[in-house]
Design a protein around this ligand. Structure first.
Ligand SMILES: C[S@@+](CC[C@H](N)C(=O)[O-])C[C@H]1O[C@@H](n2cnc3c(N)ncnc32)[C@H](O)[C@@H]1O
Length: 200
C-alpha cells in the first residue's frame, strides 16, 4: 500500500491511498474499507512486482508518501520493490519483516539450489561469513544485512521496531520503519515506543 498527500500548496491536501494485492477480492475489500474513512482509494490487482511501477506513476512529484509493505513471508518481500519505491522524492516505509520465516528456514536457504530469500536480499548467500557464524546467529545476521542494504539506499532505519508475536512467545514479525528525513523518524520513534517503558 502507498499512501500519499499532495503538497498543501497544490490545493489538494487530502490523503490518497493506493492498495495492491494479487487477489482482486482482497484489493476490493481494502478499497471499500479505506474509502469509508474518507480517503481517495485506488486499487491495483496483480503481483506486487508488476503493479508497483503503475503505483509509482500515480504519485505526483513532490508528494509526501508512505509505503506499507505487508507480505505473508520473506519470500514476497522483494528488495527490488523497495528500490523502485525509494525513487519517489519523499517516501517513508513501514515494512512487516517476517521473523518466523527467517528463523525457521534460513539454514535451509543456505542451499544454493533454493532461492526463497534471494528476492528479499539479493546476493545474501555469498555474503554470509559462514565460518564465523553459528546457525542460531544467522537470522540476526540476515536482518542486520537487510537493514544495511536499506541504509545504503539513503534511509535511516528507526531504532523502534515493534515485535509482533503470536501470544505464545513466538516472534512473527518486526514492523520496521525507515525514512530519509529526521521528522518522520522522530514521529515514528514517539508512536512506536514500547508500552512497557516507564513514564517515571
Ligand atoms: C499479510 S496479508 C496483507 C493484509 C493487509 N495488510 C490487510 O490489512 O488487509 C498479505 C497479502 O498479500 C497478498 N499477496 C500474496 N502474494 C502477493 C504478490 N505476489 N503480490 C501482491 N500481493 C500478494 C495476499 O493475497 C494477502 O492479501
Amino acid at each position: 500500500m502507498v499512501a500519499y498527500r499532495e503538497s498543501v500548496a497544490s490545493g489538494a491536501p487530502f490523503t490518497h491511498v493506493l492498495v495492491g494485492d494479487i487477489e482482486s477480492e482482497r484489493a476490493r475489500a481494502n478499497e471499500l474499507r479505506l474509502a469509508a474513512t474518507g480517503a481517495a482509494v485506488h486499487s491495483f490487482v496483480g503481483p506486487a512486482n508488476q503493479t508497483v511501477d503503475a503505483m509509482i506513476q500515480v504519485v505526483p512529484f513532490g508528494a509526501l508518501a508512505l509505503a506499507y509493505i505487508d507480505p505473508y513471508n520473506l519470500e514476497y518481500l522483494s528488495f527490488s520493490i523497495i528500490e523502485r519505491l525509494a525513487k519517489l522524492q519523499y517516501v517513508d516505509f513501514a515494512v512487516h519483516f517476517s521473523l518466523m520465516d527467517l528463523t525457521r528456514n534460513i539454514d535451509m536457504e543456505l542451499d544454493p539450489k533454493r532461492d526463497r530469500f534471494d528476492h528479499a536480499l539479493p546476493g545474501w548467500r555469498s555474503a554470509v561469513p559462514t565460518n564465523a557464524l553459528s546457525k542460531s546467529s544467522l537470522p540476526g545476521w540476515f536482518f542486520s544485512a537487510w537493514c544495511k542494504a536499506v541504509g545504503d539506499l539513503g534511509f535511516k532505519v528507526s531504532g523502534q521496531m515493534p515485535l509482533i508475536s503470536d501470544g505464545k512467545g513466538r516472534s512473527i514479525y518486526r514492523l520496521v520503519f525507515f525514512s530519509r528525513h529526521p521528522v518522520p523518524d522522530r514521529i515514528w520513534n514517539d508512536i512506536a515506543r514500547s508500552r512497557n517503558l516507564s513514564l517515571f
